[in-house]
Design a binder for this molecule. Structure first.
Ligand SMILES: [Zn+2]
Ligand SMILES: [Zn+2]
Ligand SMILES: [Zn+2]
Length: 290
């Protein structure tokens, strides 16, 4: 076992981001200072990772002098954040809004002040800037980082740490509001604790934390009794009884989203839209036997 410190660009970015989220969760002024430092480091590295995915020479300040030996040893002048953003937009074709770029620069400037000068900022102001930073960064990750296999579990941990960071929750909910508003059915997400799971082409998907799961798992998550039944609308085995409060509940299907207080056929035990008992299907079978 060697004790060398070895991270690739992406691992390094995730390590900073996870550390930033952990610091935010701890919440003392000192933790918040490190959260901000690590968040900006994570943003810079993640942006560079996207450039490197396009071509490794793009992370050299002077592309003409880019070479593999320098890349391996790390002995070269890298690009600053402004140049990184310029290359992301101009060469890679990444779209960042003007507001997002302004906000990233503001957070970076605050980081520079903390790192190089005595600084006195309101905790609330620092937190609201970090909330914006986390939102931009996670959105960038979901939209632009191609290989998500390494990052998925760390991203999950980051969302878990940020669950109780109210400024971030508010910021992210505001960002996805237009998407939420067009959804007819929303379910609670076990990962981020928001009611932001929508059914996209019948597949549950969290608009807040981008968590994906199958309809059966979501049905088990929200079920009162752990029993999955045949949905009378879409015929998938993903309909279950959900209790909203002591005296109000209904059947909910996590494939088609339809819900209602269905009757149960005493003969086949299936959920039925019709009131008749036995259900029309059973009647048909009974009649055909005679
Ligand atoms: Zn979620
Ligand atoms: Zn259904
Ligand atoms: Zn029946």
């Amino acid at each position: 076992m060697s004790d060398r410190i070895k991270f690739n660009l992406l691992e390094n970015a995730f390590d900073y981001l996870l550390s930033a989220a952990e610091c935010v969760k701890k919440g003392t002024p000192r933790d918040n200072k490190y959260a901000l430092l690590h968040l900006v480091a994570g943003i810079e590295l993640l942006f560079k990772e996207r450039l490197a995915q396009e071509h490794w020479s793009l992370i050299f300040n002077d592309i003409d002098n880019a070479n593999r030996v320098a890349l391996e040893t790390g002995d070269f002048k890298g690009i600053d954040l402004d140049k990184t953003i310029k290359r992301l937009e101009g060469i890679v074709g990444v779209k960042l809004s003007k507001l997002a770029i302004d906000n990233i620069r503001k957070i970076r400037d605050l980081r520079n002040r903390i790192q190089h000068f005595a600084v006195n900022v309101e905790l609330e102001q620092a937190q609201s800037m970090m909330a914006i930073g986390f939102n931009i960064l996670l959105e960038f990750y979901h939209e632009n980082i191609k290989d998500q296999s390494i990052g998925e579990s760390i991203i999950g941990d980051i969302y878990l740490d940020l669950r109780h960071f109210q400024s971030f929750v508010d910021e992210r909910l505001k960002a996805i509001k237009p998407q939420i508003e067009i959804e007819k059915y929303l379910f609670d997400c076990n990962r981020c604790l928001n009611r932001t799971i929508a059914l996209q082409n019948g597949k549950p998907y969290c608009l807040f934390c981008r968590y994906e799961l199958d309809s059966e798992s979501l049905a088990m998550d929200i079920s009162e009794d752990g029993i999955l039944q045949n949905c009378p609308h879409c015929e998938q085995m993903t309909c279950t009884w959900v209790l909203y409060n002591n005296d109000y509940g209904e059947y909910v299907c996590t494939s088609c989203g339809e819900r209602g207080d269905y009757s149960i056929c005493s003969r086949c035990q299936n959920l039925k839209l019709e009131e008749e008992d036995p259900c029309p299907d059973c009647w048909e079978q009974i009649m055909s036997k005679d």
